[in-house]
Write a protein that binds this ligand. Sequence first.
Ligand code: 13P
Length: 255
Amino acid sequence: MRIPLIAANWKMHKKQSEAVQFVEQCAGLLAALKPEIVICPAFTLLAAVGETCRRYGLRLGAQNMFWETAGAFTGEVSPLMLKDLQVDYVIIGHSERRRLFGETDRQVAQKIKAAYQHKITPILCVGETLEQRQARQTMAVITEQVSTALKGLDPADVSKIVIAYEPVWAIGSGLAATVVDAGTVAARIRTIVSEQFSMQTAREVRILYGGSVNRDNIAEFMQAAELDGALVGGASLEASTFASLVNTAAEVAFL
Ligand code: 13P
């Protein structure tokens, strides 16, 4: 059985005091029965947020990392450094990294491999731009992104991966994909994994939807059989809003 997962991508927000307060406040508002919750703060907040998360049974994620373990790579953060802070998950290939910082599918693949080498679970982000969607290239784009990212990996590792379908046009726009569209792409992702590895591996992969998820639409996404949760940006920044989103997700997931 796939365990439902809600991940908070804080992007470049929050100072340390706000971050710790968020976790404490949010944890106090969560229902007893909860999905797996992953908080992904900026690098500077990982130590403090991680310590607080561990007290409340929440998991810690980073938003990016480099693939090398150590060396002359000014400004980069290595998987070893993340592991040292007990990071459980790492977001890889977010569209903002691809678009603003030129990350390629090949680099994404290198990062995924490095994450597994250090026993950090990747949250691989894939998704089409508006232009690609209008040109009906969604499935081709997703296929390329997923298959390149997973190429050459051990099937046992792949079964643990989390893949977030985040259409670029839906991020921060208030315009979420329809549940049908998100479910169709998620099903396609499962087929890609199944063809590249096996049906069993594909069945174990958790697939999230991301892009303008909020506490009003989360229930619908949780109802989709192909989706196992959500990657949440804007609606993860305020403790009571995020807690109510998580509680709603749990109600649907554990019905
Ligand atoms: P929003 O929820 O703000 O649309 O952001 C989604 C996202 O990019 C999560 O990684």
